[in-house]
Design a protein around this ligand. Sequence first.
Ligand code: ATP
Length: 387
Amino acid sequence: MGQIQLTDLTKRFGDTVAVDDLSLDIADEEFLVLVGPSGCGKSTTLRMLAGLETATSGDIYIGGDHMNYRVPQNRDIAMVFQDYALYPHMTVRQNIRFGLEEEEGYTSAERDERVVEVAETLGIAELLDRKPDELSGGQQQRVALGRAIVRDPEVFLMDEPLSNLDAKLRAEMRTELQNLQDQLAVTTVYVTHNQTEAMTMADRIAVMDDGELQQVASPFECYHEPNNLFVAEFIGEPMINLVRGTRSETTFVGEHFSYPLDEGVMEAVGDREDLVLGIRPEDIEVVDAATDDTAADAALGDHELRMDVTVVEPHGDQNVLHLSHPDQPSADDALQAVTEGMHLVTRGDRVTVTIPPDKIHVFDAETGTAVHNRRHDQEADLTQLEQ
Ligand code: ATP
């Protein structure tokens, strides 16, 4: 069984705490993505799991067995690296077969058979007699995967395996890896700094920052129910809008706008005063430019504000709008909104922007902790995502 348990795992390099008291349970057959910015401790965690790095303290269990003192070969894991690590002088067949080198109990003919079987699974059977320099990046990555799969390990450890590929190939390989994971049902720990990979591939995401685990949850939960400002900012593209302000009675007061907080939010906020208001760009509603500015100003509702469109980024199916407060083009509480591609707004328009009260997040400005997350009906939201 490939379940993994990390308890109070810490790794220090001199004064640097690369991984800080990490506890994490990964289920058998789960696809867990470790994500976070450069230097947050992802690779070190993976390398400790692999046995390439010794833990300073804490314990590692795979399939219930204590791993801390086992050499990598005895951990029943296979690792796939960013740079493929193929042997240039060997053919694809020999490279994949190399994965079986340490394995016992195979005859030579069985090894050959197994290599062909794996190559067929990965769609590279016709490349078996080529050398790595005769392959494209995507094909090389498949060979590296083949070398890992061939051993039929309990756990796959993957360190940024797709980052050397171009965007189109990366998207294709993401789908392939997911299919492979469904087919092989092997516990996988996958390291990336790319939040799109994390969101699209993971059963659960473990978000790390500065050696510390910030949240471990499904992509849906990390996105809609972030534990804190770090997770809210790291997950989501374009990034969540965050506005700093203070509470005055039941109103959030930012530098350029005020926003009434409803009863439910106020209960969560309690007597906190310094707050950060968060709203995802796609949750902002943008109403077409009104011709009569004064009338539009006068008709503004509680959760509405007037803003100027400073930049329109068309993405085909959608537009990303950069919005600033009137006459404040460089204020740092400018917002970004995502609108449908057919919704035509142009640079220089003044628009009415609605921040729906059921879509806001509120964070404690001092600790960064989320005190209120947007309401959502998970089933309805999932149906919408699937459409
Ligand atoms: P990246 O995405 O850039 O690979 P990462 O999240 O994988 O980053 P790690 O490589 O785990 O981060 O590094 C975590 C911290 O530990 C960093 O501050 C790094 O400089 C430090 N570190 C990693 N390996 C060593 C080492 N062998 N000696 C000293 N410090 C190290």
